[in-house]
Design a binder for this molecule. Structure first.
Ligand code: PLP
Length: 454
């Protein structure tokens, strides 16, 4: 290992952090009072902090380290590519080999009909690109009035102006004049919160019906696209009923509205197949991706473009006035290529779909059956949520969801586990390399943290 140039104590790092580093989504006064936890190294599914504590990372960083930490193939791919050609752009009729190879590899694993890729550096940029792309598509089609895009309450599509607008996070909308014009939202398919008076499957159809109602209200001739995550991730791992997505697809087709699947979390094996839309049973027109494409080792995102939109853009659209300096960054693409090879070599999408995903579901169900704090458990592949309740018999929600979330999170950190609190749901999304034995270890930690919260 290359020694760190400078070694300081945890307190010194925390002081420097508090003085200079503005963190994303952070209350800095609250952070300065505690001091940031300094994460120093990682291997497989574990992290070590600057005090030497070992932590099981049940969130894969931020839902992204799909192949786990310390994978030599990715590290070597970066080193090799950086030595050979660290950067060149894809503007002005040039391309690099890794960008071409990765595009080909993505087309090979994508659902049928997705042959083209547009690269970005992040999921937010991928969704910004989608806003521009769908509007450009309808311009080319001669229907420029189709500008409105419908997303969902509690959806998350990133933090740029367009990404945060497509998303339905009220706290984000409360700052900075969001959403931007022509973005609308419908309620999320959250059975536990909104649908317990009917069966899950009936609720799925009901929730999809909210899309049709909004389309009719806005006028179908004005609506460009609907965007959703197959399973809402940052909103709390809301797994929709099986009836939901096929009905959403039927509605989009009926009114000729483009269907966008935001696969930034669900993609690259997390749902138990390569893409979440395959697991949830629908075929979109556009797919946003990021995170798992490079397992977070290096920033990369993009848009997989389906046949219909690709044909219009490529054959009829002329120049699409859009792109980033780092669209198709060769080092990022080389790392992603090594990542996809490893995901395939380790057969991770299948392992998640047939072994570790079902095992997690079993363990979650057992916990929900017996633990006083857990009202229900939901999972899809290797993402799962525990719905905390105040009263198991009536399923009354926690009165002070946020406080409990914070308390529970405090216990998790203290006990060597990173999972996340979203309102009154505790969520996990561990690296896809997690084994059954490690799931047992994670479950034991979760139980301990819940017991401490009782
Ligand atoms: N879309 C989804 C579904 C996400 O979960 C995220 C990030 O968590 C994004 C988009 C934004 O991606 P990024 O943070 O890379 O901009």
């Amino acid at each position: 290992q290359t020694p760190r140039i400078e070694t300081r104590s945890t307190q010194e790092w925390q002081a420097a952090d508090a003085r200079h580093f503005l963190h994303p989504f952070t209350d800095h006064k609250a952070l300065a009072a505690k001091g940031a936890r300094i994460i120093e190294r990682a291997d497989n599914i574990y992290l070590w902090d600057s005090n030497g504590q070992k932590i099981l990372d049940a969130m894969s960083g931020l839902w992204c380290v799909n192949v786990g930490y310390g994978q030599r193939a990715l590290i070597e791919a970066a080193t090799r590519q950086m030595s050979e050609l660290p950067f060149y752009n894809a503007f002005f009729q040039t391309a690099t080999v890794p960008a071409i190879e990765l595009a080909e590899a993505l087309a090979a694993i994508a659902p049928p009909g997705f042959e083209r890729v547009f690269y970005t550096c992040s999921g937010s940029e991928a969704n910004d690109t989608i806003v521009r792309m769908v509007r450009r598509f309808w311009d080319i089609e001669g229907r420029p009035q189709r500008k409105k895009i419908i997303g969902r309450v509690n959806g998350y599509h990133g933090s740029t102006m367009a990404g945060a607008s497509l998303g339905g996070m009220s706290a984000m909308h409360a700052q900075g004049g969001l959403p931007i014009p022509d973005i609308h939202h419908i309620q999320q398919p959250h059975w536990f919160e909104l649908g317990r008076h009917v069966s899950r499957e009936d609720f799925g159809l009901l929730a999809a019906g909210w899309l049709e109602a909004r389309i009719l209200e806005l006028g179908p001739e004005n609506v460009a696209a609907f965007i959703g995550e197959p399973v809402q991730g940052a909103g709390g791992v809301i797994v929709p009923p099986a009836s939901y997505w096929p009905e959403i697809e039927r509605i989009c087709r009926r009114y000729d509205i483009l269907l966008v699947s935001d696969e930034v979390i669900c993609g690259f094996g997390r749902s138990g197949q390569w893409f979440g839309c395959e697991t949830l049973g629908f075929t979109p027109d556009l797919i946003a991706f990021a995170k798992g494409v490079s397992s977070g080792y290096i920033p990369l995102g993009g848009v997989l473009v389906g046949e219909r939109v690709a044909r219009a853009l490529v054959d009829e659209g002329g120049e699409f006035e859009h792109g980033f300096t780092y669209s198709g960054h060769p080092t990022a693409c080389a790392v992603a290529l090594a990542n996809l090879r490893l995901l395939r070599q380790l057969n991770l999408p299948r392992q998640v779909g047939h072994e570790t995903g079902p095992y997690l579901a079993e363990q979650f169900a057992a916990l929900a059956a017996e633990h006083a704090l857990v009202g229900e458990a939901q999972s899809c592949g290797l993402m799962g949520a525990l719905q905390l309740v105040r009263d198991k018999a009536t399923l009354a929600p926690f009165a002070a969801a946020r406080a409990v979330g914070m308390l529970c999170r405090g216990h998790c950190f203290g006990n060597g586990l990173i999972m996340r609190a979203v309102g009154d749901r505790m969520i996990v999304a561990p690296p896809l390399v997690i084994t059954r034995a490690q799931i047992d270890e994670m479950m034991a930690l979760i139980r301990r943290c819940l017991d401490l919260t009782l």
